[in-house]
Design a protein around this ligand. Sequence first.
Ligand SMILES: [Zn+2]
Ligand SMILES: [Zn+2]
Length: 329
Amino acid sequence: MRAAVLDEDHTFDVADVADPTPAPDELVLQVRACGICGSDLKSHTMMPPGSVLGHEFCGDVVAVGTDARDRWREGQLVAALPIVACGRCRWCLADEPLHCERVDLLGVGGSAGAFAEYVRVGADQSVLLDESVGDHGAIVEPLAVGLHTVEAAQIRTGDRVLVIGGGNVGAAVTFWCRRLGAAEVVVSDPVASRREAAGLWGATDAHDPAEGRPHPGFDVVIECVGAPGLIQAAIDATAVHGRVVVAGVCTAPDAVVPLTAIMKEVDVRFAVYYRGREFAAAASVLNGGAFDADAFVTGAVGLGGVSGAFARLLAGSDERKVLVRPGLG
Ligand SMILES: [Zn+2]
Ligand SMILES: [Zn+2]
């Protein structure tokens, strides 16, 4: 099959690689679309050459492992967690496949992801999509990230929420905060186009950090950027007994002044990926047409366009979610 393969220069070459075959409890999908994620942009220079990235995808079932034939058949449109897990360890039994003792994370430098014509996935990690969802099935994954983050925040009806970062994670977080009952969601982002788009996902207001810090007193602050200083900014913006959830992936040391959190008894949590049931809930929101996928997805490229799309997004293009569609060539 053809895939966009990472090379030594941290760009992608379209190359022929081996076709995947399903283990007994796996499926192979013909990829319809795979989103380019902020984490791909951040991490691809650290991945080994030869990697096939892409972890936000949907596709049509083209091969079904022997143990999955009672549940799946060829031609079904599915999205799948980019996590192949054992299904038997304590974390799998707790619906936390990310923490599986034998976890295989697809598209982040280990097993091949979905910037490719085909991808191999776990049958138990797959969810059925309505045909009407089409390529937009690729955004089940970022929507599931948003739901998991918001569940960690334990949103209550009427909460006032500050979302730091209006990129794709911030957009999904904003959507779920409103859906789960937040009365007010303020999105803070230095980029004007992101502040302007925040209302599409349900934000009630936007804040430009260049104009100083937002007024404190938020019940919940969700950090969706991952840069030093923002955990402290989140703590500073909370009310007494506020909750901070950190979803932004920061790889640098990040100092906080614990006193500022202690005096308000702030609850600080970290969140990454999702549970299986959250992924399924994200799929049902898309199946039901409750999320404006047309506004979220702003472009598509073929496998040969991956390098160019990475370059544009890294240069600060105001595109939102760009999909890789192997069918475009
Ligand atoms: Zn992602
Ligand atoms: Zn397991």
